[in-house]
Design a binder for this molecule. Sequence first.
Ligand SMILES: Cc1cc2nc3c(=O)[nH]c(=O)nc-3n(C[C@H](O)[C@H](O)[C@H](O)COP(=O)(O)O)c2cc1C
Length: 334
Amino acid sequence: MNPNDELLLEFAPMEGITTAAFRTAHHELFGGADRYYSPFINTGHAFLTRTKDIRDIRPENNETISVIPQLLSNSSADFIDAVLALARIGYSEINLNLGCPSPTVTSKHRGSGFLEDPEKLDRFFCEVFEALPRAESEIGGPLALSVKTRIGFSCPEEAYTLMEIYRNYPFSLLIVHPRTRGELYSGNVHTDIFLDLLRMSRCPVCYNGDLMNTEDVNRILALCAGTGPEENPLRGIMIGRGAIRNPALFRMIRGGAKPSAEEIRRFLDRYLAITAADIREERNRLAKLKDLWTFLGTLFSDSGRYLKKIRKAKTMAAYRAAADDLLANCPIVP
Ligand SMILES: Cc1cc2nc3c(=O)[nH]c(=O)nc-3n(C[C@H](O)[C@H](O)[C@H](O)COP(=O)(O)O)c2cc1C
């Protein structure tokens, strides 16, 4: 039996990358992830009015996979309205983004910007959980709320104040990226603080951050097993960049095979085929593929000059030739 069977393997949301097309192609070709999170959707009067958001979340576009929609909000009324709208189309678990570090988001006190005001955050959750039973009775079933959070806005020790708040609410999952807003996505993760939060949490906890290969995963699992509480062990891990770089990473965590160049080719073809139905303009489809290659490129050794050709491609034909060249000539990093 795979020792990681009990652990939830979560595919992180990545705005512009982990679209419904990406998620579907990934699930079909590689599998291994239990659930996929949608990139964030803003709540408020414009909720689910953008074609991009509607396309991404429509159940018809996510038929084969398990998706958790993610919301960006700081208004309990807007949040509950959005949860209800999503529940009406079949989603029973919703995630709140408390991690986005982008200035356009934090300046509106959303994403990790909401962490700056713990009192308001506490009020938000209090109102949301007060309103939830009404929403559940309207829907006729239970609704689960999870949170994806950083450990603070300005300093890592804010994590302890935040945990005092999180401890008061029955989240289905508390996903922690152990960096502050200012640390964006680089520099060391605060593993020590993550372990403290794991010990303190009353709800299931999921680790997120810098898991690039199976060794990284085993290291974090060993750390958590060594120090986590017996009654609330680590519930899951969430991977973003590592699983875009190596789409077979979740499969490998489950003991499966490494990826092959042919598999990557088929994955990209399938992704492109689904994307073609949604994105009419060739240059926009090309831009999506180039975004993917930013991460995928590092899976191959000596890929520099081939990646340059991919980045420079102006037509789909030029892109295909450059991608084929890379796949034929660059070995996958051991
Ligand atoms: C390009 C990009 C887009 C992202 N978009 C989102 C998003 O929409 N929602 C979210 O919660 N996190 C988003 N993130 C953060 C990731 O979900 C994840 O927390 C982060 O990359 C750290 O995990 P990793 O080291 O496994 O990649 C994004 C990250 C990147 C690099």
